[in-house]
Design a binder for this molecule. Structure first.
Ligand code: 4NP
Length: 155
């Protein structure tokens, strides 16, 4: 049985598609499945934002095949680990958790590199173009740490 990890943001077009692509690229596919979803439903079925696709491509990662989907309560059954990008995603996801086991799966992704600080991955959607490079760099570092831990734990 593969280990399943879900990345969650608001729109599922800017931050979580990058987190999905980054983490999957650092893990063997036969053992780990990474997906992403949004707490909002505006972009269901859509490609990631062109600026996320571009920054990923610049770094050798192709995320253009991903499509937006809406986070659902069922995801707590499907996924072993759920990483959210900011504190608002955290509240939205936790509010759908059916029990304490489900709640314990949910983590702020930057707590991987800034433990206990609950730092947000800033939403780059309405910001400047370089917001995407900053987000990419933060997520790359966090996903390195997550991948190392997952490989150590599940191999
Ligand atoms: P994301 O960014 O949560 O990183 O995908 C956003 C994308 C779209 C919207 C908000 C945030 N929106 O309001 O449409």
């Amino acid at each position: 049985m593969p280990v399943k990890i879900l990345m969650v943001c608001l729109g599922n077009i800017c931050r979580s598609p990058l987190a999905e692509g980054l983490l999957q690229s650092k893990l063997p596919r036969e053992k780990f499945i990474v997906d992403s979803a949004g707490t909002g439903n505006w972009h269901v079925g859509k490609q990631p934002d062109a600026r996320s696709i571009a920054i990923a491509k610049l770094n050798g990662l192709d995320i253009s095949c991903q499509r937006g989907r809406h986070f659902s309560k069922k995801d707590f059954e499907e996924y072993h680990y759920i990483y959210v990008m900011d504190s608002s995603n955290y509240s939205d996801v936790i509010s759908l958790a059916p029990n304490s086991e489900a709640k314990s799966k949910v983590k702020m992704i930057l707590n991987e590199i800034f433990p206990g600080e609950n730092v947000d991955v800033p939403d780059p959607y309405f910001g400047l173009e370089n917001g995407f490079a900053n987000v990419y760099a933060m997520l790359d570092e966090a996903c390195d740490s997550i991948a190392q831990k997952l490989i150590a734990k599940h191999f």
